[in-house]
Design a protein around this ligand. Structure first.
Ligand code: 13P
Ligand code: SF4
Length: 367
């Protein structure tokens, strides 16, 4: 979903970065009692330096919900994270996104309309008897509307740190599970639970019955939506093989949005928070090649000069949509707040929010 971002105007685009930073600091001092700045690990250092709270997507939403004395939660991350924060926040709090084009292309790959159509087709051919037979699980990287669809059918959200646990719960609850929108997190979680490969099917968007016959659908236990993160698709098995040849004592850690053939060659995998703690807890002199977004890897390199830290791939792996949030957008947002104007507020309609909260709470109960 592409929201319309207002043009900031020449007065902002002509500012030098040092001036932008100084003005942000002044505004933060002025607005201190009203604002909280949250930053995802993939934001560049230019913004990250102003974070009151940082974390992976779920930690940020949960931590934000605990801070009830600030009216404005400025969320330096992507749209679905700001939506989750709005769902979990106190009703008087407002969640603001510095740039409205900061979205997650993977989340946009599973629209509620397309998911409803898939459920309808499966019902029509008798693969499910009722809409709750197929337990829906959605990765937190999804729209609030999809989380609501899942909540309405007694399914659950999952994150990059609890995909296996949530999938295990869903497989115990129903005969089949539909996993949205990330094929790879779903496949990696199913493999970790020992679900046989021929019972894990990739649903091809736009094809009737996802491109499958009735017999293969009957046999399936896990259907995977064919969404992916373009950033994590850039990590390849060859990158791991090359690092191991060059540096036999290197440790490879990757995000579970990477494809399964990459994950099977890595030493460890986990959420951004888990990657950070693995590096932090390793002894001086450790060598790491990391398969996740480049801003996080760069930050780890700066924070741990006593360790050798590399990006797993040779090409730059940047989340360009998250990078739409720049310090100048934060300054613009803060200047507007100081003038009494609220810009770029992310709100989730109340009927959607109630159902989406149900699927988020289901996840918290499982994990
Ligand atoms: P984390 O929840 O692990 O921070 O991941 C979010 C994300 O978008 C990874 O691409
Ligand atoms: Fe979405 Fe990938 Fe960016 Fe994460 S890194 S926010 S999954 S596009």
């Amino acid at each position: 979903m592409l929201l319309q971002q207002k043009d900031l105007g020449a007065e902002y685009y002509s500012l030098q970065s040092q001036e932008i930073e100084e003005r942000i600091r002044q505004r933060i001092t002025e607005l201190r009692n009203d604002i909280l700045i949250l930053c995802h690990h993939y934001q560049s250092q230019g913004l990250f330096q102003f974070a009151d709270l940082s974390g992976d997507s779920l930690k940020l939403a949960r931590d934000a919900a605990l801070v009830q004395d600030r009216e404005f939660l400025i969320f330096c991350g992507v749209h679905f994270m700001a939506e989750s924060a709005d769902i979990l926040a106190h009703k008087d709090q407002k969640v603001l996104l510095p740039h409205l084009h900061a979205g997650c292309p993977m989340a946009d790959m599973a629209t509620v309309g397309a998911v409803e159509q898939a459920y309808k087709e499966l019902l029509d051919v008798g693969i499910m008897q009722s809409a709750t037979d197929m337990v829906p699980v959605t990765y937190v990287n999804s729209s609030a509307a999809l989380k609501a669809f899942v909540g309405e059918r007694d399914g659950s959200v999952c994150t990059s740190s609890n995909g296996e646990k949530v999938l295990q719960w869903a497989l115990a609850k129903g005969e089949k599970v539909f996993f949205f929108p990330d094929e790879h997190l779903g496949r990696n979680s199913a493999a970790a639970l020992g679900v046989p490969d021929d019972q894990v099917l990739l649903w091809h968007r736009g094809e009737r019955l996802g491109g499958h016959t009735l017999a293969t659908l009957h046999n399936a236990r896990v259907l995977l939506w064919d969404g992916y993160c373009e950033v994590h698709m850039r990590f390849l098995p060859d990158h791991i093989r090359q690092w191991r040849l060059r540096e036999p004592d290197i440790q490879i850690i990757i995000h579970p949005e990477c494809p399964h053939d990459v994950l099977t060659l890595a030493d460890q995998y986990g959420s951004t928070e888990a990657i950070i703690s693995a590096v932090e807890n390793s002894p001086a002199g450790s060598k790491w090649a990391i398969g996740t977004e480049v801003n996080l890897v760069d930050r780890l390199q700066r924070q741990h000069p006593d360790k050798e830290i590399h990006l797993l791939a040779s090409s730059s792996c940047q989340c360009t949509t998250m990078d739409c949030n720049q310090p100048v957008n934060l300054l613009w947002l803060l200047d507007n707040l100081a003038a009494g104007k609220v810009q770029n507020q992310i709100t989730v309609e109340s009927e959607i929010a109630v159902l989406a909260a149900k699927s988020l709470e289901q996840m918290l109960a499982i994990s």
